[in-house]
Design a protein around this ligand. Structure first.
Ligand SMILES: Nc1nc2c(ncn2[C@@H]2O[C@H](COP(=O)(O)OP(=O)(O)O)[C@@H](O)[C@H]2O)c(=O)[nH]1
Ligand SMILES: [Mg+2]
Length: 273
């Protein structure tokens, strides 16, 4: 982890700009302060990705109001490529102009930074117009360093795994919800119950529609999930483990609708605004 950050620091020196990819559902939780410190004076574009799964509630506007360059995208949608390239060009426009004056023509280099599973590789593939970077729905799929040519840009995927930086338990859990922390090191039961609780508070419709949930404690909601899906053990008890996995899987596949976990206070607490 520390090595990943060191390598990233070295690569940053080679770049004209940085795109910090955040999960639009939890921009504060998926933000690593360390990267912002390393970025120094470089031009930064904040990409709120997976916007198709997020309920927009003013995070992008708040970031813009704090003077940041921001774009909301769905990296799995081909149509996002154009506006993304435009936003990147705007971010390094000063440098581009200076290079033109000097008569130097070279691609602008961007480091695509972000914690696991925010969609960095998908974004690169979108911009490169083909499968150039490995993608996956688990934390830590991207390993080797690779520059990818995208029109007048060269992009570098985060080499190694950029560690999430969450001292805050609530934010750390949200990273687990969205799959940015490897499930192997998680207590699935705790994460699933917390997810049910937060979804019920912030985006209950999906839970009502899919599982017929009508409130109650997180455990009662899990009962509903098991009942609805027929997850029973032989003795007639609910198979909670299957229920927990189903909730996480359904949520991550977008079957529970759009949600926004992080409040503007959360954005403030991590220093994003
Ligand atoms: N719905 C949706 N899924 C996305 C989006 N971007 C990436 N994904 C999915 O999220 C998962 C992780 O993407 P990946 O590019 O491997 O993330 P990385 O670890 O940051 O490189 C993959 O299953 C992608 O298909 C998006 O904007 N919307
Ligand atoms: Mg990747």
């Amino acid at each position: 982890m520390a090595k990943a950050m060191r390598v990233m620091g070295e690569n940053l020196k080679l770049c004209d700009g940085v795109a910090i990819v955040l999960d639009a559902r939890c921009p504060a939780a998926s933000y690593n302060r360390g990267i912002a410190d390393m970025v120094g004076g470089k031009s930064v574009l904040y990409i709120l990705n997976k916007a198709d799964m997020a309920y927009p509630d003013g995070a992008a506007e708040a970031l813009k109001a704090s003077g940041k360059q921001v774009i909301c995208v769905n990296a799995t949608d081909q149509r996002a490529a154009r506006s993304l390239l435009q936003a990147m060009e705007t971010v390094v426009s000063d440098r581009l102009a200076r290079n033109r004056e000097k008569g130097t023509v070279r691609p602008m280099r961007f480091l695509i930074a972000g914690v696991p599973n925010t969609g960095k590789s998908t974004l690169i593939n979108l911009l490169a117009g083909g499968k150039k970077a490995a993608t996956g729905d688990k934390a830590g799929v991207t390993r080797a360093k690779q520059w990818v040519k995208c029109g007048s840009f060269e992009l570098l995927d985060t080499p190694g795994v950029m560690p999430p930086s969450c001292e805050n338990q609530t934010l750390a859990r949200r990273l687990a919800f969205v799959g940015s922390i490897n499930d192997d090191i998680l207590a699935i039961d705790e994460i699933a119950l917390c997810l049910l609780e937060e979804l019920w508070a912030k985006a209950p419709q999906g839970l009502k529609d899919r599982y017929g949930i009508d409130g109650g404690s997180p455990l009662e909601m899990l009962d509903s999930v098991c009942r609805k899906r027929g997850f029973m053990l032989r003795g007639g008890e609910y198979d909670y483990e299957r229920g927990e996995r189903a909730v996480l899987d359904d949520f991550r596949k977008g079957r529970l609708g759009r949600v926004q976990f992080d409040s503007l206070d959360d954005l403030k607490s991590v220093g994003l605004i």
